[in-house]
Design a protein around this ligand. Structure first.
Ligand code: ARG
Length: 277
């Protein structure tokens, strides 16, 4: 190889190295959330947005308590969110397949789910509730026996119903979304649905003319919502820190009051946090 060629090859190589190095720093800068001038990292969030007041569509926008809370936490942690109405099953699959960073859907923290996903600290206390057509007689969970029951597939409402009437009961119809479950109730394809308390109450509030009543039962355990992350994700700790900040600085309380018109019980959330961590 003649000397000038060697020299120019060296020059090319050297500029490649410089170019790569430059690319490297650019990338780092873009992902650097300490640096306020650079774009924040965008996290992909999946949800099932037929679950008012936690997540629902309003004039084409996904809105609700969960959206306000997760957005405040993301702001605190220095991230931007891209929220998509993926549906329940696709949300969970997306977390497992690592296409999604966060599952936001009033998701109950459960031991078996903790094997597959990480969860944030608990941010809402819930329990199952029965919503039923007023022409059927239901005074307690036991009265679900012999009734046609609708649930959202793969949710704690399904498990609560199964605890009463049996896991393989043909009286349980499973729907893909909370909206389809309520539609089945409205069109009397089922006598009752079992869902989360705040969602049952919100449905009745928003549909006062549908003749739907609600009843709870001590048999239904307390459950706690958490945001779900990929197993082993570093985001879990970052969002826990952010959420704890919101519990302390009054922001959580503000968001809670906006959606539920009452004071949150922060102490019970605190106690629940010790159950899962
Ligand atoms: N909390 C219940 C569960 O985790 C139901 C959640 C359903 N959420 C929804 N957005 N449809 O099983």
């Amino acid at each position: 190889m003649s000397f000038p060629l060697k020299k120019s090859l060296f020059a090319i190589l050297a500029s490649c190295v410089l170019l790569l190095a430059a690319c490297g720093t650019n990338k780092e800068d873009a992902g650097n959330k300490e640096n306020g001038t650079e774009a924040k990292k965008v996290l992909n969030v999946g949800t099932e947005a037929t679950f008012a007041p936690f997540e629902f569509m309003d004039k084409g926008e996904i809105t609700g308590f969960d959206i306000d809370l997760l957005s405040a936490a993301a702001e605190e942690a220095g991230y931007e969110l891209k929220i998509e109405n993926t549906g329940w099953d696709a949300m969970l699959a997306g977390l497992q397949g690592k296409q999604l960073d966060i599952g936001m859907s009033g998701i109950t923290i459960k031991e078996d789910r903790l094997k597959t996903y990480d969860f944030s600290v608990p941010y809402f206390e819930s329990t199952s509730m029965i919503a039923f057509n007023k022409d059927v007689k239901i005074n307690s969970a036991e009265d679900l026996k012999g009734k046609k029951i609708g649930v959202q597939n793969g949710t704690t409402g399904q498990y609560s119903a199964e605890d009463i009437v049996g896991k393989n009961s043909s009286d349980i119809s499973k729907y893909e979304t909370a909206a389809l479950m309520f539609q089945a109730l409205q069109s009397k394809n089922v006598d009752a649905v079992v869902t989360d308390i705040a969602v049952a109450l919100e449905y009745v509030k928003n549909n006062p003319d549908n003749g739907v009543q609600t009843v709870g039962d001590k048999q239904f355990d307390a459950e706690y919502y958490g945001f779900a992350f990929q197993k082993g994700s570093e985001l879990t700790d970052e969002f826990d820190t952010a959420l704890n900040k919101l519990f302390e600085n009054g922001k959580y309380e503000e968001i809670y009051k906006k959606w539920f018109n009452e004071e949150p019980n922060l102490k019970s959330l605190q106690e629940a946090a010790n159950l899962y961590k």
